[in-house]
Write a protein that binds this ligand. Structure first.
Ligand SMILES: Cc1cc2nc3c(=O)[nH]c(=O)nc-3n(C[C@H](O)[C@H](O)[C@H](O)COP(=O)(O)OP(=O)(O)OC[C@H]3O[C@@H](n4cnc5c(N)ncnc54)[C@H](O)[C@@H]3O)c2cc1C
Length: 379
């Protein structure tokens, strides 16, 4: 593995940094405060070709490798973790299954507008009774002539309220257990698809999260993704990809915590000198920087392995669990370094600490990541 980013990757990092400074930093606190979807920023990201980064140009993507993609998610999240996740969920979880499992016709119809950012994607797997235990889902899809009829309630669907294209999991044959699950593409506006409760959250508040209710929702047979019974496999493979995005999001949050802490600790005077002159503060900063590098390397390694055709499920889970727990530890330390001011709304570290928590929960909790890692070790 090459530990140095290529010139092109360094240039892309600079470009995305310029972008976030210009368009995202100025609104990040406001969109968090108002739980507002930053439509104008997403439109700009689309204009810059950042809504379909790892997919080929023939499908409207940017044709970049996964390492570059996760690096961009990291940089967006360094400015605003909610926007980083909106892009990651759209790219890895919604567009990914269509790219990897879709027919050419499905790709032309659904993937191209997703990659161009003309459409936003959502991935609806979780249900009220089926979180970590995906197989406990009760949504069903019954073939009726040339149509599937879907029924069920999906919850915590990110991008749900703003999505144009939903990729959803449902049972086509409950008797087969998890092997009877299938994945479907459901366009917004399909009769029987409704956005239910819109959730208000602790963090990543500008990311939109809702229930998706399917009631006698009829879609053409050709909207089945892959084949019947492949649903769980498609979902798990999508999570392997998505987890690298979440690890990158966590690295971005922690990097922002360090950026803020370095700057504040040099300015804040107590006992007649900057607090950064105290070894207690310096050690927190040193631990932050070291752990961020470790998490970044784990994340880039997983992406590198994917790019080079190696199995990467274990590595993606390792990156996610380590980066998520690291981001939580260090966002909290950043608040500590800011003292009382860090606890007050308007300080970026207050938002970072709230945003960090979700990285331990979605796309598989930290416990679920350890199950994946141990499962691989004990195979
Ligand atoms: C903001 C947000 C956005 C989300 N976005 C999406 C999305 O876009 N699409 C989607 O499909 N889902 C989404 N989710 C759902 C998310 O993936 C689930 O919340 C997560 O997988 C956990 O499921 P659960 O909440 O039902 O918790 P549960 O599965 O009920 O788990 C509760 C606790 O028990 C632990 N636990 C469960 N089983 C075990 C076990 N066998 N061994 C040890 N511990 C265990 C868990 O780790 C956790 O600590 C989102 C959730 C949130 C909060």
């Amino acid at each position: 593995m090459d530990f140095l980013l290529s010139e092109e990757q360094q240039l892309i990092r600079e470009n995305i940094r310029d972008f976030t400074r210009q368009y995202l930093d100025p609104v990040a606190a406001e969109i968090d405060e108002n739980s507002r979807y930053p439509e104008e920023v997403i439109a700009k990201l689309a204009e810059m070709d950042w809504m379909g980064m790892p997919y080929p140009q023939e499908y409207g993507g940017a044709g970049l490798d996964y390492l570059t993609y996760v690096m961009v998610i990291e940089e967006i999240s360094r400015s605003c973790a909610a926007t980083g996740f909106t892009v990651s969920c759209h790219t890895s979880l919604a567009s990914g299954p269509i790219f990897y499992y879709g027919t050419e016709e499905q790709k032309q119809k659904y993937l191209v507008p997703l990659c161009k950012g003309q459409h936003i994607g959502a991935f609806a797997v979780t249900e009220p009774g089926a979180g970590t235990d995906v197989g406990a889902a009760s949504s069903t899809a019954v073939l009726d002539g040339d149509e599937y009829v879907l029924n069920g309630t999906k919850t915590f669907t990110s991008n749900g309220p703003v999505a144009d294209t939903f990729v959803a999991l449902a049972y086509t044959d409950k008797a087969k257990g998890p092997k009877g699950m299938s994945t479907f593409i459901i366009p917004k506006g399909t009769p029987g698809l409704r956005v239910g409760e819109h959730f208000m959250k602790m963090g990543i508040r500008a990311s939109q999260t809702s229930e998706i209710i399917l009631k006698d929702c009829r879609i053409p047979r050709e909207n089945l993704l892959g084949s019947e019974g492949q649903g769980l496999k498609i979902a798990m493979a999508s999570f392997d990809n998505g987890r690298m995005g979440i690890a990158a999001q966590a690295v971005g949050i922690a990097q922002a915590a360090l950026d803020e802490s370095l700057s504040y600790s040099k300015q804040r005077i107590q006992f007649g000198k900057p607090i950064s002159k105290n070894q207690a503060i310096q050690w927190m900063l040193a631990d932050m920087a070291t752990d961020i590098d470790a998490a970044r390397f784990l994340t880039y390694r997983a992406a590198f392995m994917k790019d080079h055709g190696f199995p990467y499920g274990k590595e993606a889970a390792m990156a996610k669990v380590f980066a998520a727990e690291m981001a939580n530890r260090h966002a909290s330390k950043a608040v500590q370094i800011h003292g009382g001011y860090g606890y007050i709304k308007g300080q970026k570290v207050e938002r970072l600490m709230r945003d960090a928590k979700i990285t331990e929960i979605y796309e598989g909790t930290s416990e679920a990541q350890r199950m994946v890692i141990a499962g691989n070790l004990l195979r």
